[in-house]
Structures are given as structure tokens and as C-alpha cells.
Design a protein around this ligand. Sequence first.
Ligand code: ZN
Ligand code: ZN
Length: 362
Amino acid sequence: MAARDGSVRGPSRRAVGLLAVLALTLAVAASCASMAPRHEGPVSDHFDGVRFYQVPPVQKGLNEVLKWQFTRESAGPWERDLTRIDTPPLPDRLEDGALSVTFVNHATVLIQVGGLNILTDPIWSGRASPVQSLGPQRFRAPGIRFQDLPPVDLVLVSHNHFDHMDEDTLARLADDHDPLFVVPLANCRYLERFGVERCRELDWWEVMETAKGVRVHGVPARHWARRSLADTNRSLWSGFVIRSDQHRIYFAGDTGMGDHFEEIRERLGPPDLAILPIGAYLPRWFMSAQHIDPGEAVMAHRILGAKKSMAIHFGTFRLADDGQEQPVLDLAEAMDADGLDRSSFWVPENGDTRRWDARSQG
Ligand code: ZN
Ligand code: ZN
């Protein structure tokens, strides 16, 4: 995803920054063109034999990227505060039947369910970028220090964008926790480059059973994939549904609006908890195909029939033109306009935890 450093101001510096990003992208593309994932599976309604796709296509062309970069306006300030967040220690394991969800930040969530510890889209790095000197920088410290994580059994990675698939974090998890990594089709190749050995790919609607009877379903998302110029949509993107005997949790990944929310409810049932992105949605002409806005997050909550939703993907990395606090303010407004009780959609602080036992799935 194209994005800029939050400190850049004014068209000329923007242009310089953009050229630097393009040069970097070309260099990365040149170095890994030969390593672009090549999925060998059968053609499907979202794979044409070479690339994954959706109708209409989600990703924008270079002209639109350039138009956005040269016309973009910031809607609000971003302030960098990397003060360490002190949170109470987490239990190593929960008893069967209990569910606990902790917001690290961005799309990184620790889900403790069915005796398993699951991390989504983990990123602890200072930038969401292939290099740590350029690209979107972190504006908030992770809500849990990496060394304070309980043992991690499963890592779910929704797609290959740098704010969701972070090489340093994934390599560190593989070294320190040796979890099983679960990814959409054609993404294990990336993780193997990072030193990951235990990786499992899922197609949309494919399900795997983990230890302790917890099932993980790959589910569709309206999004796209790219880490270099050579690999656009060579790997799939997805959300995940996690089902234990007691709980059903939906993690949306990155997604625009689409009929997949309804399909997920029909096929897998309404989730007890829907984890939905609310940030990186402006300008709408550029972002709406790939990222829902707060109003659409409320619609998704309704369509899914979720008992509760949880907001993610805001306030940590500046990826689009919405201000740092704007997604949260717009979500509150959208809930009020919809008549949705504000307690139905949890907006966590970094490091916040919610816990449900087997009987009170509030
Ligand atoms: Zn993305
Ligand atoms: Zn994202």
C-alpha cells in the first residue's frame, strides 16, 4: 500500500517522498521478481490460474495512486506518542470455554480461546514497511510488549500488505514461540523467506481443525495483495472465522464493503464477536473499494448479526487521509445515526482486554 511518512508536508516534499517510495518499490521488485509466489492450484471464481481476483477489481492503477498522492489533504493531526503501555499480565492459558481478547493495536489482536492463544496480523515494528528508514511509522506503542506475550500457538495473517505481514515480527514469533502460521493461499512462500517453517494455507471457505477442537475458516474479503511490483494479486487475501465449542469470532482483515458479510453469516452463523477495521478510509474515491469506513463498519456489524463488534486498524499507522482520532469519532456518530447502542461496538484502547466466560457472551 502506498503511504507516506507522517512528517512530510507540501506537494514538493510529497513528490520527493513519493519518488523515493517508487524507487524503493522498484528495487524491492527487482530483487524479488523471480520469487513472486506462483500458486499452482486450480482455477476458481477468485483465481484465474496466475492471479487472484475479484469483480469489480479492488486495487487502483498507478494513475490513481499518483492522483491521490499529489492531491491528498490531511483531515486531522497525528501525534506520535510511543510511551510504553503498562497492562496487567495476561494468563498463559485460559480454561476451556473462556474467551479473552486483547487489543495490541492496528490489526494485531491476541485471542485466547479454547485453551489456545491466537495472534492476528502481528506487527511490533517501528514502521509498516520493507525497510525501517522509510514508510509509515508507528504513532503508538504496542499495547503488549512482545516479551510479555503468553505462549503463541497460532498466528493468522490476512494478507501480504506491510501493515499486516511484518517480516521482523513474524521471524521473531517463529524463533520465540514456534506457532503454526495460517495464511490465505500462496502466502506461505513469503513466510518461508522470513524463516517460518510451520505454515498452512487456506482458501476462502476452507477450514482447518487445530489442537483442542478450535476450527479456523478462511473467509472472503474485498481487498487485494502486493508487496512488490512483481507480485500484484499473486497471493490471496482473506478474513478468518475462529470457532470453538463456545465462541464464534470473525476477524475481517482489510476489506471494503461487499456481500461477503452476509455470506459469512449465512454459512458460518452470526459471530459472538466481529473484529472490524474502522480506519484508513479517506479519501473515499480511492479507499472505499479496499477499506470500509466507520459507517460501513456499523452496517457490517448489523449484516453479520454480531453480538458485539470490536474496532481495529486505527490510530497506529497513518495509511490514508483520516486523522488519528477521526475513525473513532466517526464511528460514534455512525452508531448514533443508526441507533446502535454504543456498548455493542467496542473501541478498545491499546492493551485493553475483554473477557467472556462460557455462559455470558455479552
Ligand atoms: Zn491491506
Ligand atoms: Zn491494513
